[in-house]
Ligand binder design. Sequence first.
Ligand SMILES: C[S@@+](CC[C@H](N)C(=O)[O-])C[C@H]1O[C@@H](n2cnc3c(N)ncnc32)[C@H](O)[C@@H]1O
Length: 224
Amino acid sequence: MTHQHHHSHGQHQRGHEHDRGLSGLVRYLSLLPFMWRSPVSDAVVGLVRPAPGEHVIDLGAGMGPATVSAAGSGALVLAVDPTPFMRRILKLRLLPCPHRGRITVVDGAAESLPVESGTIDALWTVNTVHHWTNVASAVGEMRRVLRPGGRVLLVDEDFDDPAHPFHERMKPRRAAHAHHFGAVDPQAVADLFREHGFVGVEGGVEQVAGRPAKVVRAMAPPRS
Ligand SMILES: C[S@@+](CC[C@H](N)C(=O)[O-])C[C@H]1O[C@@H](n2cnc3c(N)ncnc32)[C@H](O)[C@@H]1O
């Protein structure tokens, strides 16, 4: 066990209804080719630069594209996801992974992170913000778990932008998720980070791995 500091919160019932049950499973299976490896996840890990020995969280890790890439850097990765199916696939994926000793897969959600306060050096999330049920409590949780100076990077690909290479392919999903994808306002999320005392906060739309994405960066206030 590489992470000594997390504790179990039991079964989470977070996330949207449509992530659960058979229909959620079928939808996620259809996305498998995009959720195994992703240039966006690689880019996010490159931006966060997890250092060897750092305790980091891949929030809503899914099938673990960012988790696997970050563990390769020597960081201790806590892969948090509320969907049992995702955690099962990720655990299977890790069996042959040479870095699996540095990865812990746990049940949890943005609104309820299964870690002790002040223990995390960095946290990122890729394509999950549109799933969050309570953005304000998610930001509060990040403030709680990050150590002073701990960094945050939230990235949600903007499939609504016609310049996104998957804009057409994601059309049915965009229709189904209209109230989620579109609901992510990076500036409003950035304001929440400021309200929670984070510093160096930036929120906007930018290119990540050549794809338009909603991006929020923030840092927990350094120890004064
Ligand atoms: C589109 S997938 C992205 C997975 C992975 N980060 C990737 O880039 O491939 C969305 C993930 O968010 C997770 N999720 C759903 N609700 C969440 C919440 N409230 N907090 C964190 N993650 C959540 C889902 O279980 C799913 O694994």
